[in-house]
Design a protein around this ligand. Structure first.
Ligand code: PMP
Length: 408
C-alpha cells in the first residue's frame, strides 16, 4: 500500500487541530471519506439528481439504474446469492430495528431470544423491545475472562426449547473481539434458530461471504467503511426475507393500495418505504468499489499491524489497563489510565491533536461486565501511519506523566 498516495485522497487528514497535525484514531465511530466517494456523490447531485423508481424521464431512469447497480455491487461485496436480499437502510441501527419489527409476527410468548453481553445497544435494545412486545424471553450470553464469547454458555442456552433467534456482533466495538460467525451459525442453526449479525465493525477485516458465513441477517453502516453517514445495508437471506412483513408504510412499497386493505410489493421494495438516500447509496457503492480496489485482505493486514503496535505499546506502559486479551482482535482496543477518568484523558489527548473515543461506547451491559463506567478506545484505519500510532503512545505517556504530577 502506498500510504502517501492513499492519504492524499483524504484532505481532512492533513489538517491541523490546536496547531498540531490531526491524528484521527476514532475510526470505529466513523471513518473518513476518500475523494472517489465524494466525487461519486457530487456527480450524482450535479448530473442525475432525481427521484427513483417512479419517473419516466431520463434523470429518474438514470438515478434508478444507479441505485439498482449499487444493490448489485452490495450483493457482490457481501457474497449474497441474490441482490433482492440487499435492503438499503439509514444504517446498522435502522437495519436491526427494521428486522426486529418485521419478524415480530413470527415470535410467540415463551420463545427465547439470545443476545451477547458484547453487543452495541443497536443489537441489544431492538431485541429487548421485541421480547417486551411479544412475551418472548431475552437471555444474555456472557464472555470469558479474555473477553471472548463464552461458547459453552451459548451452547447451553441453545438447548432451551423454542430459541428463535440469536443476535451476535461480528466484531465488538469496545474490545475488538472477533466472533467466529461461521461456527456460531452452525450451532444456532442446529437449534433451529436464526442468526442475526451486527456487521457494523466487521467490514474491513477481510472479504465477506454471506454464503460461507451462513448468517440469516447482517446489518451495517456505510460510514464505518469510508462511505457517507445516513446509509447502510440490511442483508437478509431469502428464506427469512420471504417471511418478513413490512413495518414501515408509504410510497414505493405498495403493490395495490385500496380503501380498506392494501397489497404490498415483495422485498426489497416492500421493506424500503419512502424515498431512499440516493446520494448516500451511490456513495456507499463507490466506497465498496474503493475498498475492493485497495484489497480487503491487504486492508485487514495493515489495520491488524497498526492495532498490534498500539496494543504492544500500551501494554508496555505501567499505569495502563488494556481490556480483554482475545485470540483475534480487530479494529478497536479499549483501555484506561489508572486514576484518570477516560473523558479527562480524551480531552488532554485532543489538545495534542489525537482524536480518540471515550465513554461507554453504547455498550453499557459490557461496561458493567468490565466493572467500569467507560473506557478510552483507539481504532486505527489503514490510512493511519505507524508514526501516528507512535505519537498516540507518546501522547498517552504524556497524559500519564502530567496526571501523576497533578495527583501529586
Ligand atoms: N453496532 C456496532 C457494533 C457499532 O459499532 C455501531 C456504531 N457505533 C452500531 C451498531 C450502530 O451504527 P449506526 O449508528 O451507524 O447505526
Amino acid at each position: 500500500m502506498d500510504i502517501n498516495a492513499i492519504r492524499s485522497e483524504y484532505p481532512i487528514l492533513s489538517q491541523e487541530v490546536y496547531g498540531r497535525p490531526l491524528i484521527y484514531l476514532d475510526n470505529a465511530a466513523t471513518t473518513q471519506l476518500p475523494l472517489p466517494v465524494w466525487r461519486a456523490m457530487e456527480r450524482y447531485y450535479t448530473q442525475t439528481h432525481s427521484n427513483v423508481h417512479r419517473g419516466a424521464h431520463l434523470l429518474s431512469e438514470t438515478a434508478t439504474a444507479q441505485l439498482e447497480e449499487a444493490r448489485q455491487t452490495a450483493a457482490c461485496f457481501l457474497g449474497a446469492e441474490d441482490s433482492r436480499e440487499i435492503l438499503f437502510t439509514s444504517g446498522a441501527t435502522e437495519g436491526l430495528n427494521l428486522l426486529a419489527r418485521s419478524l415480530e409476527h413470527l415470535i410467540l410468548p415463551g420463545d427465547h431470544i439470545l443476545v451477547t453481553v458484547l453487543e452495541h445497544h443497536s443489537n441489544f435494545l431492538p431485541w429487548q423491545e421485541l421480547c417486551a412486545r411479544t412475551g418472548a424471553q431475552l437471555h444474555i450470553v456472557p464472555i470469558t475472562g479474555s473477553g471472548e464469547l463464552d461458547r459453552e454458555q451459548l451452547r447451553r442456552l441453545l438447548t432451551l426449547p423454542q430459541v428463535r433467534l440469536a443476535a451476535v456482533t461480528a466484531v465488538s466495538n469496545v474490545l475488538g473481539v472477533c466472533n467466529p460467525i461461521r461456527e456460531i451459525a452452525g450451532e444456532v442453526h442446529g437449534a433451529g434458530a436464526w442468526l442475526v449479525v451486527d456487521g457494523a465493525q466487521g467490514l474491513r477485516h477481510g472479504r465477506l461471504d454471506m454464503i460461507t458465513l451462513d448468517c440469516d441477517a447482517f446489518a451495517f453502516s456505510a460510514h464505518k467503511m469510508m462511505g457517507p453517514t445516513g446509509t447502510g445495508v440490511l442483508y437478509v437471506k431469502a428464506s427469512l426475507l420471504d417471511q418478513l412483513r413490512p413495518c414501515v408504510f408509504g410510497g414505493g412499497m405498495v403493490d395495490q393500495a385500496e380503501e380498506l386493505r392494501s397489497a404490498y410489493a415483495p422485498p426489497p421494495a416492500g421493506l424500503e418505504a419512502g424515498t431512499p438516500n440516493i446520494a448516500g447509496i451511490i456513495g456507499l457503492r463507490a466506497a465498496m468499489d474503493y475498498l475492493t480496489r485497495l484489497g480487503l485482505e491487504e486492508i485487514a493486514r495493515r489495520e491488524a499491524a497498526l492495532l498490534s503496535r498500539a496494543e504492544a505499546g500500551l501494554r508496555a506502559m505501567p499505569g495502563i489497563q488494556v481490556y480483554g486479551a482475545p485470540s483475534h482482535r480487530a479494529g478497536a482496543l479499549s483501555f484506561n489510565l489508572t486514576g484518570v477518568h477516560p473523558f479527562d484523558a480524551a480531552a488532554l489527548l485532543d489538545r495534542l491533536g489525537i482524536a480518540l473515543r471515550s465513554g461507554h461506547h453504547c455498550a453499557q451491559p459490557l461496561m458493567r461486565r468490565l466493572g467500569v463506567t467507560g473506557t478510552l478506545r483507539v481504532s486505527p484505519a489503514f490510512y493511519n501511519t505507524e508514526d501516528e500510532v507512535d505519537a498516540f503512545l507518546a501522547g498517552v505517556q504524556k497524559v500519564l506523566d502530567v496526571t501523576e504530577v497533578y495527583h501529586g
